[in-house]
Design a protein around this ligand. Structure first.
Ligand SMILES: *[C@@H]1O[C@H](CO)[C@@H](O)[C@H](O)[C@H]1NC(C)=O
Ligand SMILES: *[C@@H]1O[C@H](CO)[C@@H](O)[C@H](O)[C@H]1NC(C)=O
Ligand SMILES: *[C@@H]1O[C@H](CO)[C@@H](O)[C@H](O)[C@H]1NC(C)=O
Ligand SMILES: *[C@@H]1O[C@H](CO)[C@@H](O)[C@H](O)[C@H]1NC(C)=O
Ligand SMILES: *[C@@H]1O[C@H](CO)[C@@H](O)[C@H](O)[C@H]1NC(C)=O
Ligand SMILES: *[C@@H]1O[C@H](CO)[C@@H](O)[C@H](O)[C@H]1NC(C)=O
Ligand SMILES: *[C@@H]1O[C@H](CO)[C@@H](O)[C@H](O)[C@H]1NC(C)=O
Ligand SMILES: *[C@@H]1O[C@H](CO)[C@@H](O)[C@H](O)[C@H]1NC(C)=O
Ligand SMILES: *[C@@H]1O[C@H](CO)[C@@H](O)[C@H](O)[C@H]1NC(C)=O
Ligand SMILES: *[C@@H]1O[C@H](CO)[C@@H](O)[C@H](O)[C@H]1NC(C)=O
Length: 593
């Protein structure tokens, strides 16, 4: 009976496993999953949101095929940065004798489609059926790719990170900054080449303190991103004795009449609160555009502090008269040089033996003379320079309607180069570089040779990735225990150069010592010229009296006779040496001589 029970349990286990192990055929249609592909000895997956949304034939009724809409040029450039970096590595001595390949798909900013792509990447190598095997143990499982670069949005990276956990497939994001992704109990195989959001609010508060402002407004969208950023920022600001003049949430649903009215009311509030001349804005570009257009129209001038969500947005930079809103400072992910990338973009074409549906679509959109591109050409003379018109949703070339006769390969334009977005493009480059350096260690490459054993499992590469430490742009690059790159932010100042907005790097935030370093000497002049304190500091001989709950707001009154103050706003007895020490203790009103 005892043995019988044992047998039953064991049999049930075996059967349970066999039952689970039905192969699942993954979708192999390039028509369904728009992609780019090049076969190598070792293949890397890529997951990018090239289109903005999915349009279903039967929405919410049948799980049928859907069309991807709203091609995004900037994200297309990120994707090309992945391909270019792989080509750079293949032409460098980093992995001698080994060819890296890639397989890249578009999520169309849809989490369900991202999950589908993740399943495809987990399908088995050398399986003619493209089977995704459901196993009990994936230790020796060899999927078609060894690591995945992507997604951009945290909302999409989070569900696929759970799927990749199954085989501990390394996933390296270049843009998902949600703090929760640092949790290595839930997101075991997730890494990223940017810092977590927890650093950002601290860095912004640090910038405001360094600029010696203490009375600021905060505006955020009423979604998870905005609300949590606002709460985190306020707690850091309070630590630094920065007072919050007002805080406002705005809806992310732009376009309705209510939304326009809410923005109108918001700008009235901004105008009404005295001395709050510095405003921190946590919002996506579409909302920021609405707010800043209203600000321009109402002739309001403030100093704006941008979160990474809009600090380098070309769409905002191309709003007419954007330079009238006042100074714009912001934080963005670290930028660096990608060797040869501008030339690569100027001569963009799919290499021999590769497929790249994205390039085909881009060329089509860019060089076809549609009504819309014709209109763009006609209306391009609107204040700022022509090329800054280029908006992520309008990739049509200004030449599309003038150079109709040339074949598209012959038109060598600078559109993509001018639209290279700082940060995301470089972070993608770093993701591929870190995979190559991990492979170099894993395959024990030295003296021009590597072990050509490609049947290692993804989890082995993950181990190697956690250990990478290489120099990039003169600085060491490595991941911390949470899988976050130990990398800071750039401090950006928007400047008008030659008629268009440029994002100038004026300093950086270091995540190790948590300090802001401003390199550009002109910044101090600019920040000093902006007054954003509730009250003017008291003069020597004065003290503060306050009837407000805000510690930054007070009136200055003269010290009583025989008492003295330096600059702390508190009075102490003149004859006591070291007035500033005693000034720590407030001295009550009238005194006897
Ligand atoms: C896949 O098949 C090729 C040839 O068909 C073989 O050389 C290679 O070793 C196989 N790879 C794995 C991981 O089984
Ligand atoms: C504003 O307040 C900060 C911090 O309290 C102070 O350091 C700075 O000098 C003040 N600026 C002016 C112009 O009074
Ligand atoms: C903004 O300034 C312009 C020119 O100075 C003026 O024509 C316009 O009426 C002003 N707008 C508002 C809302 O005050
Ligand atoms: C182009 O401009 C014309 C006239 O301004 C307008 O009627 C048409 O709708 C525009 N077409 C597109 C695609 O924007
Ligand atoms: C913008 O482009 C149009 C047509 O190509 C040209 O006529 C115009 O001068 C350009 N404007 C500027 C500001 O460069
Ligand atoms: C464009 O090509 C057509 C036929 O190939 C030719 O007749 C026409 O003159 C060309 N136009 C220009 C502007 O070169
Ligand atoms: C990375 O390498 C550099 C130089 O080789 C070394 O100074 C640094 O301590 C290393 N960092 C880590 C985290 O291993
Ligand atoms: C300004 O634009 C002109 C013509 O477009 C160009 O020749 C010049 O190099 C530009 N200057 C700078 C500083 O970018
Ligand atoms: C800062 O402003 C002062 C006075 O306005 C000026 O003399 C100085 O050159 C400025 N410094 C920089 C780096 O712009
Ligand atoms: C404090 O109250 C007095 C009298 O009501 C008022 O004049 C003064 O402006 C208030 N000061 C502050 C800093 O609110």
């Amino acid at each position: 009976m005892f043995l019988g029970t044992m047998f039953t349990v064991k049999a049930a286990f075996v059967w349970g496993c066999l039952f689970l192990c039905c192969p699942v055929k993954a979708c192999d249609s390039f028509d369904d999953l728009i992609g780019a592909k090049s076969q190598g000895d070792i293949n890397i997956g890529g997951i990018f949101p090239i289109h903005g949304y999915l349009e279903y034939v039967n929405p919410h009724k049948k799980p049928d095929a859907a069309k991807c809409k709203a091609f995004d040029t900037q994200r297309f450039i990120w994707l090309q940065s992945m391909i270019h970096t792989i080509e750079l590595i293949n032409n460098s001595p980093l992995l001698p004798g080994i060819k890296l390949g890639y397989e890249i798909y578009d999520t169309c900013t849809d989490a369900t489609r991202a999950a589908k792509i993740a399943m495809k990447f987990l399908s088995k190598t050398n399986s003619s059926e493209h089977c995704l095997e459901v196993r009990c143990d994936y230790t020796n499982y060899l999927p078609i790719v060894k690591a995945v670069v992507g997604e951009a949005y945290s909302e999409l990276s989070i569900p696929i990170a759970r799927i990749f956990n199954v085989a501990l497939m390394p996933q390296i994001s270049f843009a998902s900054s949600a703090a929760t992704l640092s949790d290595k109990l839930r997101f075991l195989s997730f890494l990223r080449t940017i810092p977590s959001d927890i650093h950002q609010t601290k860095a912004l508060a640090e910038f405001i303190r360094e600029s010696r402002w203490n009375w600021i407004g905060i505006i955020a969208t009423d979604d998870d991103y905005g609300k949590s950023a606002m709460a985190d920022f306020i707690s850091h600001a309070q630590e630094f004795d920065i007072c919050i003049a007002f805080q406002e949430l705005i809806s992310i649903f732009v376009g309705s009449k209510q939304h326009d009215e809410a923005i109108h009311a918001l700008v009235s509030k901004i105008e009404a609160i005295p001395n709050a001349n510095v405003l921190v804005l946590f919002a996506k570009s579409q909302v920021v555009i609405k707010v800043l257009k209203e600000i321009i129209w109402r002739n309001v001038t403030k100093t704006w502090i941008a979160s990474d969500a809009w600090s380098i947005s070309r769409a905002i930079a191309s709003v007419p008269n954007i330079d009238k809103v006042g100074n714009i400072f912001g934080l963005s992910f670290k930028n660096g040089d990608i060797p040869g990338f501008p030339e690569y973009l100027r001569n963009l074409k799919a290499g021999p033996g590769t497929v790249n549906k994205f390039i085909e679509e881009y060329m089509q959109l860019h060089f076809t003379c549609s009504d819309e591109s014709h209109n763009d050409t006609m209306t391009s003379n609107s204040g700022l320079k022509n090329y800054s018109l280029s908006n992520s949703l309008k990739p049509a070339s200004l030449h599309a309607c003038t150079k109709v006769n040339e074949s598209i390969e012959d038109i060598n334009d600078n559109y993509l180069v001018q639209n290279i977005e700082r940060g995301g493009t470089y972070a993608t480059y770093l993701a591929v570089q870190s995979i190559a350096h991990a492979l170099r260690n894993l395959l024990k490459c030295h003296e021009g040779t590597c072990q050509k054993t490609f049947n290692f499992a993804p989890w082995q590469l993950l181990e190697a990735l956690k250990e990478v430490n290489f120099t990039e742009g003169g600085k060491p690059f490595y991941f911390d225990k949470s899988g976050d790159a130990v990398i800071g932010y750039d401090v950006i100042k928007w400047i008008v150069n030659n008629g268009s907005i440029q994002f100038k790097t004026v300093g950086e935030y270091n995540v190790l010592d948590r300090k802001i370093y401003i390199y550009d000497k002109t910044v101090k002049n600019i920040t000093e010229a902006v007054f954003s304190n509730c009250s003017v500091s008291c003069k020597p001989g004065q003290r503060k009296i306050s009837n407000s709950s805000q510690t930054c707001c007070y009136d200055c009154v003269p010290c009583a006779e025989g008492y003295y103050s330096v600059d702390w706003g508190k009075c102490c007895l003149l004859y006591r040496v070291g007035c500033s020490q005693i000034a720590m203790k407030p001295i009550p009103g009238v005194i006897k001589n």
